[in-house]
Design a protein around this ligand. Structure first.
Ligand code: 5RP
Length: 221
């Protein structure tokens, strides 16, 4: 047992029969999917909407019935991970590169719950590099703008040293900020920057965070 496993398994208690469930992305969500797959194998009836190709692959392997976001009218609940969470339940997401689809699914959901290990809870956001998803055609313009602002952007690369490409065929710039004093102001600035598709500041989007600890216990924020 580790903190991610504890949080992922605990989140299954939030799920009800018949629900349409947003399925997040990452190594913590893996444990939630594993627990969900066990229930589905026992005849529990749910439908999943994935936030990434990685999650679709896992869900298919585990025979969780799936739809795309455009095939459903609404999502009842989304379970997703996060890279950092502050005491106001604002967070940074996108470490796994799925921020755009994660935000669309979160905004389509009646309820949104994050599952994190205890290392992810922070007094202030910003130690984790903030992902900004950009149109490839304009990535240099956006990088130069953000660089001049002192946000220290770096283009995310894949294991072959090429630009990392998201499921929606965009690039990612990671901003090395150390601390984000005013998340709302930064989100607003990025929301209005030409060439930016989405950013990893998720503000006011989750109602609950399940924190898992290495000894296997959990607490809810
Ligand atoms: C992917 C995400 C993930 O939820 C986030 O990176 C946390 O991942 P993990 O559970 O593997 O630590 O935002 O885009």
């Amino acid at each position: 047992m580790n903190g991610k496993q504890a949080a992922g398994q605990k989140a299954i208690e939030e799920i009800r029969e018949g629900q349409i469930i947003g399925l997040g992305t990452g190594s913590t969500v893996y444990y939630f999917l594993e627990a969900l797959a066990t229930k589905v194998a026992d005849g529990f009836n749910v439908i999943g909407v994935a936030t990434s190709q990685k999650t679709i692959k896992l869900a298919n392997e585990w025979k969780i019935p799936m739809r795309t976001l455009s095939e459903v009218e609404k999502i009842d609940i989304t379970i997703d991970g996060a890279d950092e969470v502050d005491p106001q339940l604002n967070g940074i997401k996108g470490g796994g590169g799925a921020l755009l689809y994660e935000k669309l699914v979160a905004k389509s959901s009646s309820r949104c719950i994050w599952i994190v290990d205890s290392a992810k809870t922070k007094k202030q956001l910003g130690a984790f590099p903030l992902p900004v998803e950009v149109i490839p055609f304009g990535w240099k313009y956006v990088r130069n703008y953000l660089s001049e602002k002192g946000y220290a952007p770096t283009l995310r690369l894949d294991t072959d040293g090429h630009p990392y490409v998201t499921d929606a065929s965009h690039y990612i710039l990671d901003l090395h900020l150390n601390t984000i004093v005013n998340p709302e102001a930064l989100a607003n600035e990025l929301d209005h920057l030409t060439g930016v598709v989405e950013h990893g500041l998720f503000l006011g989007l989750t109602e609950k965070v399940i924190v898992g600890y290495p000894d296997g216990h959990t607490e809810t924020l």
